[in-house]
Write a protein that binds this ligand. Sequence first.
Ligand code: UD1
Length: 388
Amino acid sequence: MKTELNKKYRIMNIVGARPNMVKMAPLMRAMKRIPELDPVLVHTGQHYDYLMSQVFFEQLGMPAPNYNLEVGSGSQHDQTAEIIKRFGEVVRKDRPDMVVVVGDVNSTIACSLVAAKERIPLAHVEAGLRSGDRTMPEEINRLLTDSISDLLFTTEESGNANLRREGVPANKVFFVGNIMIDSLVQSIKTARESELAVNLALRRRGYGVLTLHRPANVDDVDKLRAVLLAVKEIARELPILFPVHPRTQARIAAAGIEDMHSWDGKRAIQGNGVWMMGPATYLDFLGIVDGAALVITDSGGIQEESTFMGVPCLTFRDNTERPATIEHGTNILVGTDPAALLYHAAEVRRKMKLGQRSEYRIPPLWDGHAAERIVEQLHRHLIELSKS
Ligand code: UD1
């Protein structure tokens, strides 16, 4: 469907969970600069709290979505099925020339399936990443989305190699760099003005940041308790700032850990050096990572952001789909043994005290211009399709 006379190609861009918004904002901006493109924003509503969704739109300068499917939370299957149903209704009424999905969340695969079955050209941004761990819902989402995409935009060399190995034709794959870094580059100056750490009397390089939300780490109360006790141990020397994901908050109450179980999920409270707070906004989060001595995380995107900022990152997982952050960057895969986490945190501290900064290089094409490269390619593809 064409809306305005000078707009030829209608592109539906999908966001659902908060990391999607960070990736989509620069893409929407780049599309708007090309008069022939008519970008439409679809929010599935997978994330819906103000701090998980709307504040990201505001801080990233994204327009309000043209469609909000308001699916909300549910089991993996219910959530995915509901998005398929509701997005299916949208494309039947308002058929786009292309659908663009980012990342690996349930919204990504759900909307990809609709596009593929409706035979609408599908582009996947952040394609080719593989953890090799099919117990992660994201790994299934990545494999399936890539297998039905027409254009696959990769962020790092491992993505190209994985897609080659899986037999994806080379002419569908474009190594464009990391779109998340586009947002970081655009926002870092403002993020450095964040007063979150200062207001808690935490000085630059005098604290660590923790995030935990993977089902494998937080859904089992015993595992969650073990890692949080290790974090409390680290916090005896280095205060830890812990913005808590809603999934994790629900489990912390059940874990019954001293100082933590009665937390209300909102106010910042401190107990034995661990500062718990509600989900951080995008700018506050970049700001606290930028000033941190180290980051402990099980997130994907934070491994990349800390690499770009040169902040040591201890990834509390057994695998990573982002090996460039280890090969080039500051990331250390510590596994899921709390003792290993304690060891590596002490090592980072020891090196810091000796004035040894971690050696790192920024991976190729993480330069703040991925969106332009992607949009140029999308545009070219749409023109070619319209000629055929
Ligand atoms: C999802 C993604 C994950 C991504 C993460 C970023 C999948 C399979 N997982 O995980 O890859 O790293 O987003 O945060 O898509 N909730 C709220 N408010 C919200 C959103 C969620 O309270 O706005 C709570 C609900 O209780 C919900 C739980 O958090 O059940 C988990 O949300 P969900 O979207 O299912 O997955 P995430 O763990 O956020």
